[in-house]
Each structure stands twice: as C-alpha cells, then as structure tokens.
Design a protein around this ligand. Structure first.
Ligand code: HEC
Length: 128
C-alpha cells in the first residue's frame, strides 16, 4: 500500500518548488510597463515618447538617436559580432555611448539598477 503521508509530502514539495520557480522567473523578467514609465521620464527628451529618435532635446544633434522600431542598433559592446543584443543595449544604457566610440550626448545611466535597465531594454524591444 502507498504511504499516504509520504505521498502528500512529496506533492507539497513539488508545489513549493513550482512556486519558487514562478517567483524567481517573475523577478528576473522584464517589466515593460515599468520600463516605459522610466523611459518617458529619463529618455524621451532625446529618444522621443515613441522611441523614434525625435525627442525635442535631440533636434540639434548631429548624431541623432535612431528609431528603435527599426531595431537598427549600432553598438556591439561585448564584441560578439551581434549588434543590439539585450546585453549590448544594457551596456549602452549603463555606460553611455561615448564609452563605445559613440555620441557624447547619451550619458551613462549607471545609477539605475540592473532590474530597471532590464525593464528599459524590455520596453525598447517592445517597440520593434
Ligand atoms: C541627452 C540625450 C539622450 C538621453 C537623455 C538618452 N539618450 Fe540614448 N542615445 C542618445 C543618442 C544621441 C544616441 C545615439 C548615439 C550614437 O549614435 O553614437 C543614443 C543611443 C541610444 C541607444 C542605441 C544603442 C545602439 O546600439 O544603437 C540606446 C539603446 C539608448 N540610447 C537608450 C537610452 C535610454 C534607455 C535612455 C534613458 C535611460 C537614454 N538612452 C537617454 C541620446 C540620449
């Protein structure tokens, strides 16, 4: 006969494990809505509310921010021959574009948390 309490214990552990996975998945996921809010506050002056690069502050820039909807990214920050991967966008946001030979206008945003940067990347991707 199957020991009922053992069975119940096993099921319980399975449920707990599943909940733990769910929680960790959510905490590392990109929160696009939070990213959007952060983008409107900090980035839209140059990048435009829709991320099309037509923000009022960028009007006079020689090196304008590009339209994120086109996903025509410029920087390969980790030299893996792929431009504009999530890691590249995160590096550009964290360190600014001048760090990679680009514009002086895109300042480093090192004061943002990893999660905030992840959320911003999620929002930028959602525009493609
Ligand atoms: C003062 C203007 C300004 C602000 C504010 C600004 N950026 Fe930029 N950003 C630029 C410019 C200009 C470029 C293009 C740089 C280049 O081509 O060298 C750029 C480029 C980028 C790129 C493109 C990288 C690539 O590979 O093409 C990303 C991503 C980006 N910015 C994200 C952000 C985020 C996120 C914020 C807000 C936290 C932000 N920027 C705030 C001016 C700005």
């Amino acid at each position: 006969m199957i020991n009922n309490s053992k069975l119940r214990n096993g099921t319980w552990h399975l449920v707990l494990g599943f909940v733990a996975v769910l929680i960790s998945e959510t905490s590392i996921a990109q929160d696009i809505e939070a990213g959007k809010a952060l983008f409107q506050t900090n980035c839209a002056t140059c990048h435009g509310e829709k991320g099309d690069g037509n923000g009022p502050a960028a009007e006079g820039f020689i090196l304008k921010p590009r339209d994120f909807a086109l996903a025509a990214f410029k920087f390969d920050t980790d030299s893996d021959w792929v431009r504009g991967a999530d890691a590249d966008l995160a590096n550009v946001i964290r360190n600014g574009t001048a760090a990679y030979g680009g514009s002086q206008m895109m300042a480093p945003w090192g004061q943002l948390s990893d999660q905030e940067i992840k959320n911003l990347v999620g929002f930028i991707r959602s525009l493609e």
